[in-house]
Structure formats: C-alpha cells, structure tokens
Design a protein around this ligand. Structure first.
Ligand code: MG
Length: 368
C-alpha cells in the first residue's frame, strides 16, 4: 500500500448545544478532517485535538503542523503492507497521538474499502449493535440537569455520565440519585480535583456510581493509585491513558479498575486495539469516550466499540445531540433500546458528505 495524497481540511461546526466541563465551555468546534488517497481509494480520518491544549497537550494548530511537517513526510512514497503497520512508521514522532490517529485511521478506512469489508470486521469487532450512553455537560441549575437526564433516558440511552467540577459535584449527584435511584450513573471530573479534595471524593462512594472518571491530574498515576485504595467506587482513567505503557502501568499499579479508550488519545486503531487487548488480559472493562467529534470521528468510534471488551456503554451517541446537520449520511441514530446498529458497508460504512464539508471548510491543504 502507498498513500498517494493527503488532504487536510479544517472545518468549523457549531454545537447544537454548548458543552461545559471542568475545562471550560465549547460552542464551536475547529476539526481537522483528513482525506487520504491510498492506491486510488479514499479513506477518511478525523483529528480529535481540541481548539486549545486543555484536555491534552495537542490542539488544532499543533496537529496541523505535525501532520504537514512530520507525519506526511514519513509516509510520503513509503510502501507498507497494511494500515496496522502505519503506527510503527510514525513512532519516530513522540506524542502527538491525535495527529497520528487522523492519518492512521484514514488509512484503515481506505484499506477496509480496498478489501470491500466493514472496518469493524477488519478490526476484529464482534458486536453488531453497540450499547450507548451520553455525556451531559455541567448545567446551570439542578432542575435543568434533571430535565436533561429525563430527555436522554426517554431517548433510550443506557447510562448517564455527568461532568463535575469542584463546587458542582455532590449536589448534582445527590439530586440525580433522589430522582433516579436505579440509574446507571457515573461522573467525569476531567482532572479537576487535588489531594485536599479526597474527602469529598470519598463522599461520592455513598451514591453507588458506576465509576468516577479521571478525578486527579492528567498524568498523575500515583495519585490515582492512592485514591483508588481509599474509594469503593471504581476509578476510570481517561486523560492518563495516552500510551499503551501508561495503560500497563495504571493496571499493574491499581490506579484504576476501568479504562476509557479514546481513539485519538491512543494514536489510532493499532494502539487502541493493543490497549483493548491488554485490558482483556487483565479483566479491565473498557468503553469508548467522545470528544465532540463530527460524524467521521463518530463512525470510527462505532467501529472501535464493536471490539469484545467494549462491554460498558460509551459516550458514542446520536449525531443530532451535537449537530444540526452532520457531515456523514446516514446520520448516526440511536435505537429506542439505547444502541447503535453498526453499519454493514465497506470501510467506516457511512457516506461522507463532501459538499457539506466544502461549505464549512476554513482552510485546506493537499500534500502529494
Ligand atoms: Mg473523560
């Protein structure tokens, strides 16, 4: 296989509803889409880097720079046997997992299309329907939060995750438990807590949450090891798991009992699958997190979520929760049972709406 050409596009998409976490509020996304021509077959990838380096050290600008100046020159003109080999080629660049994933996942899509098989089958996926949950941002009032949860439960979603931050944690959890005693509920702190907050985190044990996601620093494995010893509630790591080795260390040290795998954070399918397999060997369940992706990133997340150990409902939900109009068709829809039916077409299994993308492209660069 050889990549003949890569086209980068930065698109602007306004969220249907602003999304607030402990890291701030997002109203519009700047997303890099990557179109790869692999032996004449087109594959699509999405870079999940944010507009700012708050969730991870990467942002839209660094990803564009790394793709143009470092990753493209590595693959340019190079022959390789399969998409699974691309990660190894890119290893010379340290970090920048989201930039790598944009390129790597596009090549996986192209290879699956060349072979005329669904991408999820090529990845070894086993699920024809994936269980779905939602991630609800921080709301202005508790009544609004309750209303938001009711709406998602009515739509069928199987589990609810709420974002928390210091000062906006115990009360929302308490209120949701009063209203929905049997709800599959979890919280995500996006690294907002410090050691002085541990008593408060311990108080969350009283609400039988499914898990507390990434309470401490984005790279603080030791802190999570110590905190997990004090908590009954399982800790799930997100930000900390940015390499296979970090996942290995987190599991061996007991820093978490559950892992959220994000395709971009892992650097693409090769590494995401390695972490997934490591978790199976260690009896650690995983689920797929989201980062306000367009339909292309969402399609890749669906493919990844078909793998065996994605046994917990993830953050992969319907297109309409995020966008007035998505960049793929059909748009991602959720069944009344709170599942997404995995597409049967070749590659990502969705058609990319190129005209729609052209209309929202802020910059574009083709690399040959
Ligand atoms: Mg998270």
């Amino acid at each position: 296989m050889r990549v003949r050409e890569v086209t980068l596009r930065e698109i602007r998409m306004r969220l249907a509803t602003p999304f607030e976490t402990s890291l701030g509020r997002t109203t519009e996304r700047r997303i890099i889409l990557l179109e790869a021509d692999v032996d004449g077959v087109t594959g699509w990838g999405e870079c999940t880097a944010g507009e700012n380096p708050f969730y991870s050290p990467e942002d839209t600008e660094t990803a564009w720079h790394i793709l143009v100046n470092y990753l493209w020159p590595i693959v340019k003109g190079k022959e390789f046997g399969s998409a699974a080999e691309v990660w190894g080629l890119l290893e010379a660049v340290r970090g920048h997992a989201m930039a790598k994933a944009a390129l790597e996942t596009a090549i996986w899509d192209a290879e699956a299309k060349q072979k005329n098989v669904p991408l999820w089958r090529m990845l070894g996926g086993v699920r024809e329907e994936i269980p779905c949950g939602v991630s609800i941002g921080i709301q202005e009032t508790l009544d609004e939060l309750v209303a938001a949860v009711k709406k998602e439960l009515a739509a069928g979603y199987q589990r609810i995750k709420i974002k928390i931050k210091p000062g906006n944690d115990l009360l929302p959890v308490q209120r949701l438990r009063q209203e929905f005693p049997r709800l599959k509920l979890m919280v995500d702190a996006n690294s907002a807590y410090r050691k002085t907050d541990w008593p408060l985190l311990k108080d969350l044990d009283g609400f039988y949450l499914m898990m507390i996601e990434q309470p401490l620093g984005w790279d603080d494995l030791y802190g999570h090891v110590e905190l997990q010893k004090k908590l009954q509630t399982p800790i799930c790591l997100d930000e900390c798991i940015h390499t296979y080795e970090q996942a290995e260390a987190a599991i061996a040290l007991g820093a978490c009992k559950i892992i959220n795998i994000k395709l971009g954070r892992a650097g693409g399918f090769h590494e995401a699958r390695s972490i997934h397999d490591l978790c199976i060997r260690n009896g650690v369940p995983v689920w797929c997190g989201g980062v306000l992706e367009s339909g292309i990133g969402r399609a890749h997340n669906i493919a990844m979520s078909t793998m065996e150990n994605f046994s917990l409902p993830g953050d992969v939900s319907a297109s309409k929760r995020y966008w007035a109009e998505d960049v793929i068709e059909p748009e991602v829809e959720v069944t009344p049972a709170g599942t997404i039916r995995v597409p049967t077409g070749a590659g990502i299994g969705f058609t990319v709406r190129k005209e729609k993308i052209q209309g929202i492209t802020a910059r574009m660069e083709s690399l040959r």
